[in-house]
Design a protein around this ligand. Structure first.
Ligand code: SAM
Length: 214
């Protein structure tokens, strides 16, 4: 599998399954999850004050959620491994006059950013990881957050139809099992939600988890 030249990471389980680098998802028009606006669940979360401090959007794609939060006046960094998605996100930021940063980074090596965040958003990334990848990701998130930081995970739930559950459907128990106090995290709420897609405007069932850094 070939990827961008600067990409020194091993393919993820999803990339191996799909047989292509994540970047390829953005080559031929919008990807299924790329709905051209922020996810309604994230808009509600933002309206309720769910984002504070410097915000990291892990696996930001073309940046709709990051740009929504940035437009509220918060400093936001969106990171992704897909250069094409990041280029689109930067174009949108410039066209909308919204100040937001977008950078190439591997979610398993967030420590390389050398930065610390008050809130982390994961919209559709966690559910692409298998169990081993989740462990590495959780540790990576801990490396860029301090006590009191909040992580929001919006992921496909295991309760939806089989073709709407994403690569690795997530149960409530999966969330609490991944973010145990031993990992430096504590799940404070898991709420039923929806993730809209281009093919399902009502969106398959999802979980919105609020997870606090200990
Ligand atoms: C399902 S998409 C969701 C994109 C965006 N959050 C949204 O809601 O439109 C998952 C995103 O995670 C990115 N991604 C996958 N593995 C990654 C990794 N190891 N590090 C950083 N980003 C990753 C993909 O390139 C893709 O843009």
């Amino acid at each position: 599998m070939s990827g961008p030249a600067a990409d020194d990471r091993a393919p993820t389980s999803h990339e191996r399954q799909a047989g292509q680098h994540w970047d390829a998802s953005y080559h031929d028009g919008p990807a299924p999850w790329d709905i051209g606006e922020p996810q309604p669940a994230i808009v509600r979360l933002a309206a309720e004050g769910g984002f504070t401090g410097v915000v990291l959007d892990a696996g930001c794609g073309t940046g709709e959620n990051a740009l929504h939060v940035a437009a509220l006046g918060l400093p936001v960094l969106g990171v992704d491994v897909a250069e094409t998605a990041l280029a689109i996100a930067r174009e949108k930021a410039a066209a909308r006059g919204v100040e937001a940063e977008f950078a190439t980074a591997d979610a398993f090596r967030l420590d390389r950013l050398g930065r610390v965040f008050g809130t982390v958003l994961d919209c559709g990334l966690f559910h692409t990881f298998d169990a081993g990848e989740r462990r590495r990701y959780v540790a990576s998130l801990a490396a860029v957050t301090g006590p009191g930081a909040v992580l929001h995970v919006l992921c496909f739930a295991d309760t939806g139809p089989e073709n709407g559950r994403g690569p690795h459907p997530v149960s409530r128990d999966d969330l609490t099992a991944a973010f145990t106090p031993g990992t430096g995290w504590h799940v404070t709420a898991v709420t039923p939600e929806r993730i809209l897609t281009r093919f399902d405007p009502d969106g398959p069932p999802a979980w919105l988890a609020r997870i606090e850094r200990l």
